[in-house]
Design a protein around this ligand. Sequence first.
Ligand code: FE2
Length: 495
Amino acid sequence: MNRRIFLAAMASAAAPVRALPPQSKDPFDLGVASGDPTANGVVLWTRLTPETGAGNLRVTWEAAEDEQFRKIAKKGRTVATPGLGHSVHVEVNGLQPDRWYWYRFRIGPHESPVGRTRTMPSAGSLPEKFRFTFASCQHFEQGYFTAYQHMAEENPDLVVHLGDYIYEGPPRPNLVRRHNSPEIVTLSDYRNRYALYRSDEHLRRMHALAPWIVTWDDHELDNNYAGDIPEDKQTRAEFLERRANAYQAYYEHMPLRRASIPSGSRMRLYRRVSFGGLAEFFVLDSRQYRTDQPCGDGNKEQCPAALDESATILGMDQERWLTGGLADSRARWNVLAQQVMVAKVDRKSGPGEQYSMDQWSGYEAARRRLTGFLGDRKPSNPVVLTGDIHTNWCNDLKAGGFGENDAVVASEFVGTSISSGGDGSDAPGDWESTLAENPHVKFHNRRRGYVRCDVTPGQWRTDYRTVEYVARLGAPVATRASFVLENGRLGVQKA
Ligand SMILES: [Fe+2]
């Protein structure tokens, strides 16, 4: 266990549990959340905000079968400790599969908002339908989170967040909102930044409406970092201390299981979540274990080092875990919930090629191992979900090159940002020439929004939901494009 967390836990165990000193401010102002559901359990989350240096605090919780809390399914008490920022992570078990629950927390005279969550269908079942939404990249300063206001109307069974939940930078002028400190480095900096982001009512509400499964990308720590290598001028020791702060604050603010409690500057985030036998999510971490970008940063031609077999974006342990899991999976749809684009997309118009070195195309050996595995072992209906680049894309994935004759091994849906990049546009930009040179890319768009997926045993449908603007509140939402996958048939089709 992280020494700091260990010491905090020891001190907490020795210290008495106290009542919350009287305060006028709502200690539940960061809201409630739930996550990582199984067929009979889910994580219930909140984080208390005591006004002054409180010690260990006793919190009670209830989960009910109805919104009025007439039929309590489970209840209990837990202790929120200062060592973990008074965060509360209750792993409820013994619930019924495939049903909705309502939950709340209490401390002294204060009651939390009511959250709604659900369990997943049981492992052997093949559910008839499943709706989830996915999102990424929510820069607080660059736009309002109107996308979440619309997502709340979609009634998803699950929300998947693919990272850039916060951004680490200092405040910048002339944007719609403002960051609350210089670039974040310390644990208290990161905690304050999460609290700022959770001050957004649409984000808080979406957390209270459905369970989430979350993973991070780079900005939860530092732009475009790789493993223990920072973007900024920091020593490795300084960077690992910062990484420990960032990872701990992430754990404290997300509805994650105990298995994800950080250990020093390491934190296990890759894991599986199942929706019965219909969909299996392999939630990946492509930041913590990656080797340094073999060919450096930016968009460029792949250098020979990109083909070095030791170059890895997942790390070898996670890669083995993923391929082992895919080989064993009996799910109808096998979903990789991850960060950076897997499709190899030539960004240079005309002769010559340029690829993004921060994406899987910068780690060509690892990209070929994954796509080669999918092509050889043929797990049932592989689908990749991606965030990171603040634009919508729909790609067929191919193993080696991407010529007409190369076989499709999976499809990839890249979701745009919630707000990062500001309003966006429908202007094609350099998209038309990109499309001409990349026939495996079926769609590209630069609006903000989220992605909705309706999954049945026979078909997967993806709707790209976009908002007209984020610089002002109240933008309407529309479906910008839709694609389907048929069970047992590789390659997307326009819906
Ligand atoms: Fe981002």
